[in-house]
Design a protein around this ligand. Structure first.
Ligand code: ATP
Ligand code: MG
Length: 478
């Protein structure tokens, strides 16, 4: 079937599966890679693939639920995982407020820390054995003295216990704290199958840029060493991966500025974000943050974005507007059917759709597009319908989700606008403006569409005689 035939609605409209050979969605294969599961956004997919190859930043603008986050995580799958690295923080003997940073290949970081832990545990064990030995040696001497002259001198035993305890405490205090010298693993990529995808939407500056925790005990042997209080931010965790920020305009201007610096330098030192915290004195060596940024949002996001940040993306990346609908062609219907299969597989609990169920979903996709000859691409909402229909089928113990289930689901999963329209309709009925039987001169029944919900409301036009001027035939009155 060609596209022009599809556009001649009537024929295709009656058969929603025209040209598609299908029994149930069970037989449909779902592609492995997330990027191949994206439906209808061909241009965006192409750009994302290109950007992944060249490590370019991307701005995705569009309606919620059209697949922006999905494209973001699919980009992470495309990035090379061989280049992934782990980051460690080490204490600095010369300046304890300036922890050292070390970068090692993926997986090595955890190995280093584990090996160090073992080493430290061994040393602590040795230390404890030594302390115990000294403790009992002093006490033993006390006991020997106590029994030396035939009569038992209890005070010798007493004093030896006190002496042993004092020696124990002094030793403990003087000996170096092995635990404090352990490196801290800031970014750990061990065991990760793909490059990181870090969603930093709505992060405050500490979570975005890294932070140093406050230390209430800043001295006296109780303090936690500075390097141990360092926490990596989203930009560091996204190193060699994707940093995804939705509604970028809600990020504070200073944060956007700092983000820009991080993007330019590809490294960013971690310091305490709160001025009055002890963490503010600490500043690490630069920590690598070579990420690809995906900035998402609606058109407001573009307007509220820091101009320098926007220009950075423009200059070193791509801007994409996500589509809201796609042409109603056989190819695209096939994709929509695959979408149903994807959602069913993803959910795991709901039964697959048979042909009647698929037809109803396609009908709904056409209706929701709000455009002749189009299918909606606001697929999160359509996925919601698929899940509710599936839940109903599951509750009924049906083997497949059918058209009836989808129709029931539509009734259940009504938007607020739809529910409001229904209520309004009920009120209207009370007044019986409509006559659905017989013939009457001067009355026209009509329909109005309510909001973007696609709900039809009955309206009525009536001809009444003119009241002021003579000679006119009358005016219409709603
Ligand atoms: N183009 C698409 N192809 C396949 N599935 C899609 C597509 N768009 C949305 N979906 C489905 O809808 C879900 C939600 O989409 P996603 O979170 O990517 O939307 P979004 O554009 O990021 O929305 P928001 O702006 O609200 O964050 C996805 O997990 C997927 O199941
Ligand atoms: Mg999203």
């Amino acid at each position: 079937m060609t596209e022009s035939e599809v556009d001649k609605d009537g024929q295709v409209g009656t058969d929603l599966l025209a040209g598609v050979d299908l029994k149930t969605t069970e037989d449909i294969e779902v592609p492995k890679l997330l990027i191949d599961q994206v439906i209808g956004q061909e241009r965006s997919v192409e750009v994302i693939k290109k950007a992944a190859k060249q490590s370019r930043h991307v701005m995705l603008i569009g309606t919620p639920g059209t697949g922006k986050s999905m494209l973001g995580s699919s980009m992470a799958e495309l990035l090379p995982k061989e280049e992934l690295q782990d980051t460690l923080a080490y204490p600095n003997a010369e300046d304890k407020n300036n922890p050292k940073i070390r970068v090692v290949p993926r997986g090595k970081g955890k190995e280093i820390v584990d090996a160090q832990k073992q080493e430290v545990r061994k040393r602590i064990q040795m230390r404890n054995t030594f302390l115990m030995f000294t403790f009992f040696l002093i006490m033993g001497m006390g006991v020997i003295y106590a029994f030396q002259d035939g009569e038992i001198k209890v005070e010798y035993i007493f004093w030896s216990i006190i002496a042993a305890a004092v020696v124990l405490l002094v030793f403990r205090w003087m000996m170096p704290k092995e635990e404090a010298m352990m490196p801290k693993l800031l970014v750990n990529n061990a065991g990760h199958e793909t490059a990181p995808f870090v969603d930093a939407t709505g992060s405050h500056s500490g979570a975005l840029l890294g932070d140093v925790r406050h230390d209430p005990y800043q001295s006296g042997g109780l303090e936690t060493p500075a390097h141990d209080r360092v926490e990596a931010g989203a930009i560091h965790k996204a190193h060699k991966g994707v940093l995804f920020i939705d509604e970028i305009n809600t990020l504070r201007v200073e944060s956007q500025q700092n983000l820009l610096t991080a993007m330019q330098e590809k490294e960013y030192a971690i310091t305490g974000q709160s001025e009055r915290s002890a963490g503010a004195m600490v500043k690490t060596d630069p920590v690598p943050c070579d990420f690809v940024m995906i900035a998402a949002g609606n058109l407001d996001a573009v307007a509220g974005m820091h101009p320098a940040l926007r220009s950075r993306i423009k200059g070193y990346g791509y801007e994409i507007y996500m589509k809201d609908s796609m042409d109603d062609t056989v190819e695209n219907r096939k994709k929509l059917i695959r979408f149903i299969a994807q959602e069913v597989r993803k959910d795991k609990k709901i039964p697959h759709f048979d042909t009647s169920g698929v037809k109803e979903v396609i009908r709904e996709a056409r209706r929701r597009s709000g455009r002749k000859g189009h299918l909606t691409l606001i697929l999160r909402d359509l996925g919601g319908l698929v899940r509710v229909a599936g839940d109903i089928a599951h509750a009924e113990g049906a083997k497949y989700t059918t058209g009836e289930h989808v129709i029931k689901a539509k009734a259940m999963a009504k938007s607020v606008e739809q529910q409001l329209a229904d209520e309004y309709l009920e009120h209207k009925k009370d007044y019986q403006l409509f006559k659905t039987e017989g013939v009457e001169v001067g009355r026209v029944n009509g329909l109005a569409v309510m909001g973007d919900s696609g709900v039809m409301l009955p309206i009525i036009a009536e001809v009444t005689p003119a009241q002021i001027e003579r000679g006119r035939t009358g005016n219409s009155n709603w």
